[in-house]
Design a protein around this ligand. Structure first.
Ligand code: NAD
Length: 255
């Protein structure tokens, strides 16, 4: 993808399934990847793997539900590695729970990770991008935000919030050379999906139902996502902002 060589790219949730695949693809395109995750071991494993393959990567551990931790992580990265060119918001967490079986403590946890976690890191990164007049923000939402998803009411609300938030910062910063776009995975085979299906009960029945719902007849794999994410971060997308792209085998089809 054009224009990613030498760029400093921060991928939050970089230790997870989609995040790790995204980190590896950015590194293959010559970027310096900062793998950010609350999971120390996972973040270091991804960064070490990239370095072993001849790429450039470092790991940064931060719990992004904590604004001060996010601010400190951004300051650390900019001091030790350099100005952040690209931010990929990739953290996420969910447990299958029908809305009427959930309550305020669960909602707080879901909102803290899936929505506040994005606001907390985007705020200090965007402030620095605005000062420099350049930057790319790509946030991973979900097809759950576009079509609804049983058992994911509050998660879906957060992901819809990410879409509205991204469109708004895209407008606020369009004249400063900053773009903000969103990629929506469908059902993708990662640790998050495995835990989600376990909590729902009959895992294999659910896997079959999910697969049948996808027009292309298969579940997504982590490597299905980086192409769209790297496109939004690349020079080829210089005139693209405030857009939402589903990568889900046709699960949702929006005009
Ligand atoms: N897997 C799917 O079916 C699916 C579908 C739609 C959207 N998504 C979204 O894709 C993104 C990646 O998900 P995934 O499936 O690869 O999940 P994953 O569980 O493999 O990865 C998520 C990562 O986020 C990290 N994380 C969680 N809370 C954090 C916090 N407070 N601070 C920092 N890091 C934190 C986790 O440690 C983990 O490494 C998420 O935004 C998720 O909501 C996934």
């Amino acid at each position: 993808m054009k224009g990613l060589k030498e760029k400093i790219v921060v991928v939050t949730g970089g230790g997870g399934g989609i995040g790790a695949a995204t980190c590896r693809r950015f590194a293959e395109d010559g970027a310096h990847v900062v793998v950010m995750d609350v999971n120390d071991e996972a973040a270091h494993a991804v960064a070490d793997g990239i370095v072993a393959d001849g790429g450039r990567a470092t790991a940064t551990v931060a719990d992004l539900t904590d604004y001060d931790a996010a601010v400190a992580a951004v300051a650390r990265i900019e001091k030790e590695t350099g100005p952040i060119d690209v931010l990929v918001n990739g953290i996420g967490w969910d447990v299958f729970t029908p809305f009427l079986k959930s309550g305020p403590d669960f909602w707080t946890r879901i909102i803290d990770i899936n929505l506040r976690g994005v606001l907390n890191i985007t705020h200090p990164v965007l402030a620095r991008m605005a000062e420099r007049g350049a930057g790319r923000i790509v946030s991973i939402a979900s097809d759950a935000a576009r079509g609804g998803s049983s058992g994911e009411s509050v998660y879906a609300a957060c992901k819809a919030g990410i879409i509205a938030f991204s469109k708004t910062i895209a407008r606020e910063h369009a004249r400063q050379g900053i773009t903000a776009n969103v990629v929506c995975p469908g059902v993708t085979e990662t640790a998050m999906l495995e835990k989600f299906m376990e909590a729902a009960g009959d895992k294999e029945k659910l896997r079959t139902a999910f697969t049948r719902a996808v027009p292309m007849g298969r579940l997504g794999q982590p490597d299905d996502l980086p192409g769209a994410i790297l496109f939004f971060a690349s020079d080829d997308a210089a005139f693209v902002t405030g857009q939402v792209l589903s990568v889900s085998g046709g699960l949702t089809m929006h005009g």
